[in-house]
Design a protein around this ligand. Structure first.
Ligand SMILES: [Zn+2]
Length: 269
């Protein structure tokens, strides 16, 4: 599940493979960019912003451009050595290939693929809230944005990238379990919202640099989450069956015993 940490890892893979390199070829397999040729362009850096990937380039005239992509549920970038077999995904899912002397980067099932002047990045990512894994992470601002909509359920508010950028469904479910908060709790009734935001950041940060996402501390298959993906299995804390229901546009997993419903105003402090 590509969430902020996966995108951060992907940005690092691309940075290591391509940063500083002059591209020797490109192959876009999306209609809008089909005639775009990045041969001779230089890759400056690869960065992530929430769940968005920003590959910053310099055109031959040195003008700064950004190749934007979004992984959504199913996208991926892979870097291969020249001549290495592309083992990532079926070929029909390839959306772009970038070749350099030292590496080949292949983007699979990418969404929102766009090439824009770097100065116009804000049109693509300017709406995002503070990036949980960004160098300018601002917990107070993220908390303020969440609190600005006290009637919204915390389950939906955490997924709204305008509040804070990087939390996907897995971290949403897990952070709410760990804080004992029902996903249906109105934001205004969540006790210690700053503590919840801080925990979300720590969970994502802990998964930087590895591809197996774990919130439990275990990397063993089937033991990496408390409630996410565990419908009807026993809660790791109380043994009650984990629930799964739709909340907004997404499903949510929770333990009704450990995460009781709350309403009204939060306790003082
Ligand atoms: Zn429980």
């Amino acid at each position: 599940m590509p969430e902020g940490d996966t995108v951060w890892n992907t940005a690092r893979v691309l940075h290591r493979a391509l940063a500083g390199a002059r591209l020797t070829g490109s192959d876009f397999r999306v209609p809008r960019l089909a005639t775009t040729d990045l041969t001779g362009w230089t890759v400056r850096e690869s960065a992530s912003r929430g769940k968005h990937l920003l590959l910053r380039l310099a055109a031959p005239d040195e003008a700064p451009w950004t190749l934007h992509s979004h992984l959504r549920m199913d996208g991926a970038w892979r870097a291969y050595a020249p001549g290495e077999r592309w083992s990532g995904r079926p070929a029909h899912l390839i959306r772009v290939v970038l070749r350099s002397p030292g590496a080949v980067a292949v983007g699979y099932h990418l969404h929102e693929l766009a090439l824009v002047p770097t100065g116009e990045e804000d049109a693509l990512v300017g709406h995002l809230g503070p990036d949980l894994l960004g160098p300018d992470w601002d917990a107070a601002e993220a908390t303020r944005r969440l609190a600005a909509h006290p009637e919204q359920t915390i389950g939906e508010a955490l997924l709204d990238q305008r509040n804070l950028a990087g939390v996907g469904n897995l971290y949403k479910c897990e952070v709410l379990f760990l804080r004992g908060v029902s996903p249906w709790t109105p934001v205004g009734a969540v006790p210690d919202l700053p503590g919840l935001v801080a925990l979300a950041q720590r969970l994502l940060a802990a998964n930087r640099g590895r591809w197996t996402q774990s919130t439990t501390g275990s990397l063993h298959r089937g033991q990496t989450s408390y409630v996410y993906g565990r419908r009807a299995q026993p809660c790791r804390r109380c043994g009650a069956a984990v629930s799964k229901e739709e909340l907004g546009e997404r499903v949510t997993y929770w333990c009704a015993v450990c995460q009781p419903e709350r309403s009204g105003t939060p306790p003082p402090g």
